[in-house]
Design a protein around this ligand. Structure first.
Ligand code: ATP
Length: 258
């Protein structure tokens, strides 16, 4: 199995808080991989370290066999990233943003122009191409961010919550684009809380909980015949408290004033 991503003992702490507890995350090349876990599990911190945005306190990351922290230029040429809380150049139009990103990536003017038009069309942003990014909606920002991440045809694409705030029609468009991308042998890794989506799209899943990877492998093996949602709840201990303890005051009729 050729690996697109392999981390070895990747570790990060923030003061006393261990955010990522020495994980060995593996993603085979060509897979559509989901990184799932409850709030605070360490997904964003892991993706930030893997993509070279946050320095780890320990461990290594290899992408396509290149060490992210020793060989950053080779790695950055191979990856596309849609980070959490995406920052964009707000005073550029969508088209200008793509042209600027493409030129930064060293793509020729003619090629960038052609790719930008195709991406704007596929992302259903052609009509908004000349609108300033500051005036884009949340979903439009995700789509232009994804277009910018795809422009240089990366080998591995990292997406932090790509479907958050995206309407169902646009989600479908994004899904189709990503499916085409992986069908050609490239790799997608995305974090999500939406189990149905992960189950529908992914052939590989890594489950994180409290800084650890608690399950990882082909979707069918992680699910073991259960729905992914059920497997997730069992793996991360989600059934420990369904709100039966505490909150006894919630939902009762109004109390009489004392
Ligand atoms: N800059 C920071 N300073 C201090 N603590 C942090 C920082 N970033 C993350 N953490 C902590 O590290 C842990 C992991 O956070 P992280 O954002 O990676 O989780 P996550 O799995 O992406 O969560 P969510 O699903 O809610 O986005 C959390 O306990 C969080 O409070």
């Amino acid at each position: 199995m050729t690996e697109a991503v392999h981390t070895h003992g990747l570790f990060k702490r923030f003061g006393p808080q261990i955010a990522v507890a020495g994980i060995d995350l593996v993603v085979p090349a060509g897979s559509f991989a989901g990184l799932v876990g409850p709030n605070g599990a360490g997904k964003t911190t892991s993706l930030s370290m893997i993509t070279g945005l946050l320095r780890p306190d320990g461990g290594q990351v290899e992408i396509d066999g290149f060490d992210v922290w020793r060989d950053p230029v080779a790695v950055k040429a191979r990856i596309g990233v849609l980070p959490e809380g995406l920052r964009l150049f707000e005073r550029l139009s969508g088209r200008e943003l793509l042209l600027y990103n493409g030129r930064l990536r060293g793509i020729s003017k003619a090629d960038v122009a052609q790719r930008a038009e195709e991406l704007l069309h596929v992302m259903d942003l052609a009509e908004a191409a000349d609108k300033l990014v500051v005036d884009y909606s949340t979903g439009m920002r995700k789509k232009i961010g994804l277009a910018a991440a795809l422009l240089h045809n990366p080998s591995v694409l990292f997406l932090d919550e790509p479907f958050e705030g995206v309407d169902p029609v646009s989600a479908n468009t994004l899904t189709e684009v990503l499916r085409r991308f992986t069908a050609s042998g490239s790799t997608v890794i995305f974090s999500s809380h939406v189990m149905d989506l992960v189950e529908r799209l992914c052939d590989w899943v890594s489950v994180m909980s409290a800084g650890h990877i608690v399950a990882q492998g082909p979707l069918e093996l992680v699910r073991e015949g259960r729905s992914l949602n059920q497997a997730f709840l069992e793996l991360v201990g989600g059934s420990r408290d369904n709100g039966d303890s505490g909150l006894s005051w919630l939902g009762r009729g109004k109390e009489e004033p004392a």
